[in-house]
Design a protein around this ligand. Structure first.
Ligand code: HEM
Length: 424
């Protein structure tokens, strides 16, 4: 992993980050490298502003050495992700995976996020009934109990603690394990699986080994649920889809595995980054403490501003596709940059400003189109409960190291924080 660049803290004024600056001239002969690095952890790479105005469809070189197109304007990203002429099939030769390990193992295991209809539709339909607003709303008391229990343990430790394992990862992993009915004793195990499988520098062997460990754990649980059904999601999938022959055991393992991986790392990063932002911006923390009813709007604004899953929507053009006057030729890889879209001033006036009263916040932090995040209601619930409880119960929370020593994750599938020492 590359050493992180020193982050620039947000100012105490209304801006979360410095205004975007134009990047140095791109080398005309060779496309720019991608992913681009964030200067401020709470904002997209500064280069995105130039892309939006000067090169809305730009050619980039990926860490694998392959080339792909990146699309950066809000309207273009939405159109692209809703276009039936794009494919999410990771087996396509120019699929723009960011790591060789992901590409090779993904082509073998085919997690449904990286498949097309009709396969994709079959898996998605299997999961959707469990992720409706109503089902997730009913989980609030369970999520609150998890959060309170973890906060009790963190406070009992006396501090300082690393907030990422002690709270952010513990909350997100415990919630997803609760939903699925998977034992959550070993929280670090899940963290390690994602650390390896989501890293761009992991080899195919390393990714396969990490996912193999996760599948072994789920597999043991599937066997158990065949004999002793509960009322968790895994039991429902076993009864409603495995027993009926709708899915095979490997398909079930891959579906549950991607749900765990997609769900816990993203929420962990959002809880940790949002907490850091609120520590750097006491005015915003105070606003939320004074009026907790702002929390749902605040969560969506934090999701928009930070857009941590920026380079998750990887696609291939199945036909020539015209976007903003440029043509992405058939069979080329193309990535809709969610963070660039979410900071498009045409859609979000003063996009760097963190504004919990922003009207019409139709951000794309959860993607757009047929692959839009299935767990978005759960993610919002976790964030609301985790942040509201923290602000209420630990008003003295503060960094235990200088801001410059906070370590960020620049090398993983979603942007986040590696280590966040805090005290209170
Ligand atoms: C803050 C938290 C989260 C963020 C920012 C996020 C972001 C995203 C994005 C951008 C996509 C679309 C990928 C694409 O278009 O290729 C996605 C898909 C997905 N997410 Fe999330 N996610 C979050 C939390 C969760 C949670 C909590 C779960 C599950 C419990 C989850 C499960 C999934 C699954 C299964 C997909 C694949 C959907 C499909 O391909 O049809 N995510 N997520």
């Amino acid at each position: 992993m590359n050493p992180p660049a020193p982050p620039s803290p947000p100012t105490a004024a209304s801006e979360a980050a410095e205004p975007a600056r134009a990047a140095p001239e791109a080398d005309a002969a060779r496309p720019q490298g991608f992913p681009m690095r964030r200067g401020c952890p709470f904002s997209p790479p500064e280069e995105y502003a130039r892309l939006r105005t000067e090169e809305p469809v730009a050619r980039v070189t990926l860490p694998t050495g392959r080339e792909a197109w990146v699309v950066s304007r809000y309207e273009d990203v939405r159109e692209l992700l809703a276009d039936p002429r794009i494919s999410a099939d990771i087996r396509r030769p120019n699929f723009p995976a960011l790591g060789e390990g992901e590409q090779e193992v993904g082509a073998r295991l085919r997690p449904f996020i990286r498949t097309d209809a009709p396969e994709h539709t079959r898996y998605r339909r299997m999961l959707l009934p469990e992720f409706t607003v109503r089902r997730i709303r009913a989980m609030r008391p369970a999520v609150q109990a998890i959060v309170d229990g973890l906060l009790d343990s963190m406070l009992a430790s006396g501090g300082p603690v690393d907030f990422v394992p002690a709270y952010a990862n513990a909350v997100s992993t415990s919630v997803i394990c609760e939903l699925l009915g998977i034992p959550k004793e070993n929280l670090e195990f899940f963290r390690d699986v994602t650390r390896v499988s989501g890293s761009r520098s992991s080899t195919a062997e390393q990714v396969a080994e990490a996912l193999g460990g996760l599948f072994a754990l789920i597999s043991g649980r599937v066997e158990r649920r065949q004999e002793e059904p509960g009322d968790d999601l895994l039991s429902k999938l076993v009864a409603g889809h495995l027993r009926t022959g709708n899915v095979t055991v490997p398909e079930l393992l891959s579906t549950v595995g991607i749900t765990i991986n997609a769900g816990r790392e993203t929420s962990t990063n959002m809880i940790a980054l949002s907490t850091l932002l609120l520590l750097q911006r006491p005015d915003l923390a105070e606003e939320l403490r004074a009026d907790p009813s702002l929390m749902p709007a605040a969560v969506d604004e934090l999701l928009r501003v930070m857009s941590i899953a920026d380079s998750i929507p990887l696609r291939v053009a199945a036909r020539d596709i015209e976007i903003s006057g440029a043509v992405v030729p058939a069979d080329d890889g193309v990535i809709g940059l969610l963070a660039a879209a979410n900071h498009d001033p045409e859609q979000f006036p003063e996009p760097e400003r963190v504004d919990f009263h922003r009207p019409e916040n139709h951000h794309v932090a959860f993607g757009y189109g047929v692959h839009q995040c299935i767990g978005q209601h759960l993610a919002r619930l976790e964030l609301e409960v985790a942040l509201e409880t923290l602000l209420r119960r630990v008003p003295t929370l503060r960094l235990a190291v200088p801001y410059e020593e906070v370590e960020f994750k620049h090398d993983s599938a979603t942007f986040g924080i590696e280590r966040l020492p805090v005290t209170w």
